[in-house]
Design a protein around this ligand. Structure first.
Ligand code: HAS
Length: 563
């Protein structure tokens, strides 16, 4: 379909800005593995400190890229399926708030005044502009929800008996989760952190800040994931040459995310002494609940791919795997999406390990954790974001993809890189290798008394994977920016491959309305979080022992152990 120049320009900017910043994010990803493998034994390289680089890596890749993309993709899906463009003024207001916020936070990080990592846990303190910037980015990213909700309500009035398109359900579910969870982080930033960073308050309740952060933080991971799920349900089966096995399964899965995405954040705090065991147990159980929609997705997509493979001529039980269009350059989006799905099998399994209280005690705060999340956020999420950014840009601009044969192998290179990288991290985590530590300064410096040779192979493996990933990312930048420089050869239109359902079940009102789900969502959140917040308020916990950035041993321990 044709769309207005204004919306086109908006989507270009919302794809182009984060992809340009991604070059910095990717560079710092590689640098992390170099520092950690003990290739350099310094606290900084090229005037950028290890923790500064880690903050830039996390904030750009996991927050800036994902938020801009979710908004751009949301504009595209709502416009495409409901045939109405979002309000122009509201959409540009959202863009400017996000962009001003990003510039503020980027300045603070690049100036070395906000090396607080993407979780910005106190007592680490950032420049006030970092917190303000993050708040603006978040507020800007949920403003379009109001415009989309208006379009949806009007469409529903005109089509009361038509099922809401699955992609629209997904977009509205995702931004509702985003709106609800960001209220907690807004409170954390505006009421706890900013006054403290401005020097108006002397201390901050660290446990409360962490609890508020994780109310937001785990829902955040599903805000990253759901655009990928929308593509898996509504685009992938068509690209594979088949149909979606069940439309209803997709709806059930999306509504379950609405219930379970938020009230599970305490599973990041299993080791937090201030929160009582009952709450951990309850949110731990809900965490197994949030895996259910992903299991539904796994089986539904496997059945859809099997149907596609059979239509393409497969005759044996598993022969359909061999019949899928893995290297078809004209359907390159398939490669990006299937690559992410392969990684998510391992990302999901490691997530279920994390969710078990007992196993969590083994892997918490170890390298296992980045092993897990690179197979989720840097797996299905990242691959679907970059693949769809290229697809949207090329379609809207009418410019053919640059180097199409190279383009279709990029996702597989990335998958190989991540599998090697995450194996190194997961193995290291199981033998105690800590996360978020410049190992080259101590544990992987043979001259240091803390030198731990067991972590040499694990960190080297991670470095090898990271080199392959960086190479894949470089190729992607060449393809994406190369496409931008090409001449237009077709009219620029907004178009998606549209998947039909194999079982298009009749419309069930419960799965075509938001109200009952929102009500249950509210009740579960209150049950899970009121006691957690009471706990956090009552037991702020003792102060943290002081550390220096270069040494993982707390200074106090060193002092107390000296007679
Ligand atoms: Fe997680 C920590 C538990 C999913 C991201 N997670 C993190 C952190 C991040 C993150 C960033 O319970 C670290 C935060 C920090 O900085 O401290 N996670 C889970 C569970 C799931 C899960 C139970 N996580 C995700 C997703 C993420 C993500 C998705 C990003 C997008 N995670 C945890 C826990 C912690 C944690 C604890 C805290 C640990 C700690 O101690 O700090 C579940 O949602 C996973 C369910 C997924 C599945 C997989 C389904 C498989 C599919 C693929 C099918 C493939 C097909 C293709 C059909 C059950 C859908 C076949 C075709 C072929 C050709 C083979």
């Amino acid at each position: 379909m044709n769309i207005s120049k204004s919306l086109k320009r908006l989507i270009y900017w919302e794809l182009g800005i984060p992809l340009t910043l991604l070059t910095i994010g990717i560079y710092h990803g590689l640098m992390q593995t170099i520092f950690r493998a003990g290739v350099i034994h310094q606290s900084s390289f090229a005037h950028l400190d290890y923790y500064q680089g880690l903050t830039l890596h996390g904030v750009i890749n996991a927050v800036v890229l994902t938020s801009y993309f979710a908004v751009a993709f949301g504009h595209a899906t709502i416009t495409f399926y409901l045939k109405k463009e979002p309000h122009k003024w509201v959409s540009w207001l959202s863009f400017w708030l996000m962009t001003i916020g990003t510039v503020m936070a980027a300045w603070a990080m690049l100036a070395g005044k906000a090396s607080v990592l993407y979780t910005f846990y106190p007592p680490l303190k950032a420049h006030p502009l970092f917190y303000l910037g993050a708040a603006l980015l978040i507020v800007g990213s949920w403003i379009p929800l109001f415009s989309w909700a208006n379009i949806y309500t009007a469409w529903k009035k005109e089509n009361p008996q038509t099922k809401t398109p699955l992609a629209v359900v997904g977009t509205l579910v995702n931004f509702t989760i985003w709106f609800v969870c960001t209220l907690a982080v807004a409170y954390e930033v505006l009421v706890l952190l900013l006054p403290w960073a401005m020097g108006w308050k002397a201390t901050v309740n660290v446990t409360l800040a962490r609890t508020l952060f994780w109310f937001f933080g785990h829902a955040l991971v599903y805000f990253w994931l759901l655009p990928a799920y929308i593509m898996y349900y509504t685009i992938l089966p068509k690209l594979a040459g088949g149909k979606l096995f069940s439309d209803l399964a997709g709806r059930i899965s999306l509504f379950l995310f609405l219930l379970f995405s938020v009230p599970v954040g305490v599973h990041h705090q299993f080791s937090d002494p201030s929160i009582s065991r009952g709450i951990k147990m309850f949110q731990g159980l809900l965490t197994f609940g949030v895996a259910v929609p992903s299991f539904i997705t796994a089986f539904t997509l496997a059945a859809s791919l099997e149907y596609a493979g059979k239509k393409r001529g497969s005759k044996t039980l598993l022969g359909f795997f061999a019949k899928l269009p893995y290297l078809d350059a004209s359907r390159y989006l398939f490669a990006y999406l299937i690559g992410g799905l392969i990684l998510f099998i391992f990302g999901g399994l490691t997530g279920i390990v994390n969710a078990s209280g007992v196993l969590n005690a083994v892997v918490h705060n170890t390298a296992w954790m980045p092993g897990h999340f690179h197979m989720t956020v840097a797996g299905p999420v990242f691959l679907s974001i970059i693949g769809m950014s290229l697809f949207l840009y090329s379609g809207l601009s009418g410019k053919p993809v640059f180097l199409p044969r190279v383009n279709v192998i990029i996702p597989y290179l990335w998958v190989i890189g991540i599998l090697i990288f995450s194996t190194g991290l997961s193995w290291g985590g199981l033998i105690g290798e800590p996360r978020r530590t410049n190992l080259g300064m101590t544990y992987l410096n043979p001259k240091n008394e803390l030198f731990t040779p067991e972590w040499v192979p694990t960190t080297m493996l991670a470095l090898a994977g990271a080199i392959i990933m960086t190479f894949a990312a470089l190729l992607f930048f060449i393809v994406f920016f190369g496409t931008m420089l090409r001449k237009k050869t077709a009219p620029g239109v907004l178009d998606f491959p549209v998947t039909e359902a194999l079982h298009d079940e009749k419309r069930i009102p419960l799965f075509d309305t938001f109200k009952p789900w929102l009500l249950i969502m509210g009740i579960v959140i209150l049950l899970a979080y009121i006691p957690a917040f009471i706990n956090a308020n009552k037991n702020p916990g003792p102060g943290a022992p002081p550390f220096t950035p270069a040494n993982p041993v707390p200074e106090q321990t060193a002092q107390t152990s000296t007679p």
